[in-house]
Design a protein around this ligand. Structure first.
Ligand code: ATP
Length: 370
């Protein structure tokens, strides 16, 4: 078992010690992972980390060099792509331009041995699921981009695969439609109960749609957890840094009892306080990952702040609902602090070069092993 797998969940997919090499390059490195039944799972990571290779191995376009991939307990490595209960939806959709929406959805079913009236029932069900009933007779060029995306989805779900792989499924849509479609995708996944695995470059998208997210780096999995956990409790500075904005501070800790640590940040003079449920020993060097929205900015040192550092305002970005301040500490390190612009608070309470304090509570960040 990998440390993030939950023995209470029923795995649909199991990667067991999977390695994929291309020549002497290792694209996937001894990877162990369970993807559960009925889950919406996202693979996230920088370009080249191996996301597509994972998808291609699931689809059967690529075989592992070592290790086993199971689907419902069966090793699928020797099973050819068309014999797997797996389907893949590509970003390009690959719809047949000369076929109607109806026929595009029916295409795969007609190539099997499903009786005609069952095919008709199934296509109707898919049209309803994806709200395409009115467009059944149209050709792909006669519908919108969002509708084409839904046709592709209907078609890839028509044969009721156990696993649907989605490679940048919303990449072709503009930002607004993309957001609306994310919720639709979640809705359809829930209704069908099919396990979805999505690859996207858009972290926000992964966080919106997925029940669990795997953050990858160089062919390895760094952390698998719910979006909330990935954001609130990253297990490494890599994950913290990859997902959203984060400040990473370095300090030496001294246990102070009850899960509290006295910390000397390398940026500050006086001791501060951090909370953690992990064990660190006296004198150990740690990182603290703290999100900008957890950092307050003030003219004076707040009397009750667990952590406070002095600096000056370097930059201010006004983002409408939020403002982001870049505060340069005396050491030259820059801390990002984000404040919500509620109607009553003035938008810019500080300006460039203002001397300020940045502060946060003991529980605002995550203390990490260096
Ligand atoms: P991106 O986000 O850019 O699509 P990715 O995370 O999907 O990246 P992969 O396509 O899985 O990355 O590739 C992982 C690594 O394996 C890359 O360094 C890539 O160059 C390498 N790779 C993939 N396919 C092959 C191949 N057929 N031959 C050689 N190297 C390959």
């Amino acid at each position: 078992f990998a440390p993030w797998d939950d023995p209470k969940e029923k795995p649909l997919i199991r990667f067991k010690g999977v390695t994929k090499r291309f020549g002497d390059f290792t694209a996937i490195d001894d990877l162990t992972l369970d993807i559960y039944e009925r889950e919406f799972f996202a693979l996230l990571g920088p370009s080249g980390c191996g996301k597509t290779t994972m998808m291609r191995m699931l689809a059967g376009f690529e075989n592992p060099t070592e290790g086993v991939i199971e689907l419902s307990g069966q090793n699928i490595v020797p099973v050819p792509p068309n014999k797997r209960a797996v389907n893949m939806m590509f970003q390009s959709y690959a719809l047949f331009p000369h076929l109607t929406v109806y026929d595009n959805i029916a295409f795969g079913l007609r190539r099997g041995d499903m009786p005609k009236h069952d095919i008709a029932d199934r296509v109707d069900e898919m049209l309803k699921l994806t709200r395409l009933e009115k467009f059944a007779a149209r050709k792909p060029h006669q519908i919108s981009g969002g509708q084409r995306q839904r046709v592709a989805l209907a078609r890839s779900l028509a044969k009721a695969p156990k696993l649907l792989l989605l490679d940048e499924p919303l990449g072709a849509l503009d930002a607004k439609l993309r957001q609306a479609t994310q919720f639709e995708l979640v809705d359809i996944q829930e209704k069908t109960g099919t396990t979805f695995v999505i690859v996207t470059h858009d972290q926000e998208e992964a966080m919106t749609v997925a029940s669990r997210v795997a953050v990858m780096d160089e062919g390895r999995i760094m952390q698998v957890a719910t979006p909330e956990k990935i954001y609130e409790a990253p297990n490494s500075s890599y994950v913290a840094d990859f997902i959203g904005d984060v400040n990473i501070l370095t300090g030496t800790v001294k246990p102070a009892g009850e899960g509290l640590y006295q910390v000397h940040w390398s940026e500050g003079r006086e001791p501060n306080i951090a909370a953690s449920d992990k064990n660190f020993s006296e004198g150990q060097t740690c990182h603290l990952a703290v999100r900008p929205e957890k950092i307050a900015i003030s003219a004076d040192r707040p009397a009750d702040a667990d952590n406070a550092l002095q600096g000056k305002v370097l930059d201010i970005a006004y983002l409408g609902n939020l403002s982001t301040y870049h505060v340069e500490l005396q050491s030259g390190k820059v801390i990002k602090a984000q404040t919500a612009n509620t109607r009553r608070v003035s938008r810019r309470s500080f300006t460039w070069e203002d001397p300020v304090w940045v502060s946060w509570t003991a529980t605002a960040g995550v203390l990490l092993d260096r």
